[in-house]
Design a binder for this molecule. Structure first.
Ligand SMILES: Nc1ncnc2c1ncn2[C@@H]1O[C@H](COP(=O)(O)OP(=O)(O)O)[C@@H](O)[C@H]1O
Ligand SMILES: [Mg+2]
Length: 434
């Protein structure tokens, strides 16, 4: 397929429909940018506008029962023309379904006709007046989509949700740490536990020293007893001194030798000081209590640290949350909206600083048209179904706005037999069709 897709504005130059809804057969060749479809109630005016929607938009724009009662098939042909050439859109309905063809002026058929039409219709709403009457939040949602803000808001929402989750977790950690601290009060006492094993070996060493000293004292006593025995014996020997002089001399010698030993060791032994086991014993007796306190103090210290960290997280995440809110406000403030003077809050649109519903109908219509045409759709056709609400001035205003946007507007209006625009009667054109 070599045919190029038109990019310049296109309008409907001919609409033909047969057996579509209320219509028997119509052929309309518009003249000018305002196409008035008029007639009494129930004659087929809406069916005419619906035919344009069903042919071009397909999908949801198609009615449940498109074929006129009593017929087997229906067909709509829309001839579009613009500076880039012509296209013929043909949609057929039979009992088994619908078919669509889009043909270029040279007779070439496009491969994906609905996709082609969708790109040419863009975001344009077919009915700008319907936009005026949407609930405020729905209007805001459409404007966001047109201004491409949905993604920016989705990203901010996602970030905010993540920050909120992290904040909730940090707050839970803080609460948990506080609970631990309350359950583990920290009385005065040691910060570290003392080793029972070390204290036991210290006790063992002390007992060994005591034993050594005890043996030394026994030995000294022994020596003393031995000397007194010798002295005693010497006294006895004194009586037999004569016979035992030699023996006495020997004993004297021995006595002196032992005395020397005693003199040498007595001061050392006297200076021996026993270690005080009572201190060790008292430390041992209180050790479990003190260690329990040390454990409590450690738990409390750790929980205090966790609390400080969690509190730091909480304030950091609170700041991040505030940043996300600020970011949302910046996006809102910097958003490029399709119409001058148009702005919005989450609750609704404003026009030149006034709430949307306080703007005049003409201002609303002008803005709605601007929104509908914001994406500069190639097929620049708008359908206004509530034309009966507009007086002559309103219609003239609508015509001016349409021309500003190089758009063609099809307006449905109830009339009572007057010859205005294209008159539809009993499913057919009764006047003004050509
Ligand atoms: N498939 C159909 N076959 C026959 N009549 C239909 C079909 N669909 C709608 N109608 C009839 O068309 C009439 C409404 O037509 P419509 O185009 O809305 O009129 P208008 O807009 O001029 O008031 C209703 O009476 C409805 O019953
Ligand atoms: Mg109608």
């Amino acid at each position: 397929m070599n045919t190029t897709v038109p990019t310049k504005p296109m309008h409907i130059v001919q609409l033909e429909a047969e057996a579509f809804k209320r219509l028997i057969a119509v052929s309309i060749t518009p003249d000018g940018s305002l196409v008035e479809i008029t007639g009494k109630n129930g004659q087929g005016k809406s069916s005419t506008l619906d035919a344009i929607m069903a042919a071009l938009a397909g999908g949801n724009a198609m009615p449940d029962k498109p074929i006129r009662r009593g017929n087997k098939s229906a067909e709509i042909r829309v001839r579009l023309a613009g500076d880039d050439g012509e296209l013929i859109v043909k949609r057929r309905f039979t009992e088994s379904g619908t078919t669509l063809t889009v043909t270029a002026a040279d007779g070439t058929k496009f491969n994906s006709p609905q996709q082609l039409l969708d790109t040419m219709l863009g975001h344009a709403t077919f009915d700008p007046m319907a936009f005026c009457n949407l609930p405020p939040r729905e209007q805001v949602a459409r404007i966001k989509a047109i201004a491409g803000l949905d993604e920016a808001f989705a990203a901010i929402d996602k970030k905010q949700a993540e920050v909120q989750a992290a904040l909730t977790a940090a707050q839970a950690r803080a609460t948990h740490a506080q609970t631990i601290m309350r359950a583990s009060p920290a009385p005065d006492g040691p910060d570290e536990e003392e080793s029972i094993a070390d204290l036991s070996s210290e006790m063992e060493a002390a007992h060994a020293t005591i034993e050594k000293h005890r043996k030394a004292r026994l030995w000294l006593d022994d020596q003393r007893r031995q000397q007194s025995r010798i002295v005693e014996e010497a006294a006895q020997v004194q009586a037999q001194i004569k016979a035992l002089t030699d023996r006495l001399a020997v004993l004297d010698g021995s006595s002196k030798a032992i005395e020397t030993l005693i003199n040498e060791n007595a001061p050392k032994v006297a200076a021996m000081v026993d270690p005080d086991v009572s201190g060790i014993r008292s430390r041992m007796s209180g050790i479990e209590d003190r260690n329990r306190i040390a454990r409590l103090r450690r738990t409390n210290r750790e929980a205090a640290k966790a609390l400080a960290e969690a509190e730091a997280d909480v304030s950091r995440l609170r700041r991040q949350k505030e940043n996300a809110v600020a970011e949302r406000e910046t996006v809102l403030a910097e958003a490029k909206l399709p119409v001058k003077g148009l702005a919005f809050t989450e609750d609704g649109l404003t026009l030149h600083g006034q709430p949307w519903e306080q703007a005049s109908s003409a201002e609303q219509l002008r803005a709605s048209f601007g929104i509908a045409m914001a994406s500069k759709p190639v097929i620049r056709v708008a359908l206004v179904r509530e034309g009966s609400l507009l007086d002559r001035d309103g219609l003239a205003e609508l015509c001016r706005i349409a021309e500003e946007h190089e758009a063609q507007v099809w307006v449905e209006r109830v009339t009572n037999g007057e010859q205005v625009g294209v008159v539809i009667e009993d499913g057919e054109v009764r006047g003004g069709g050509q």
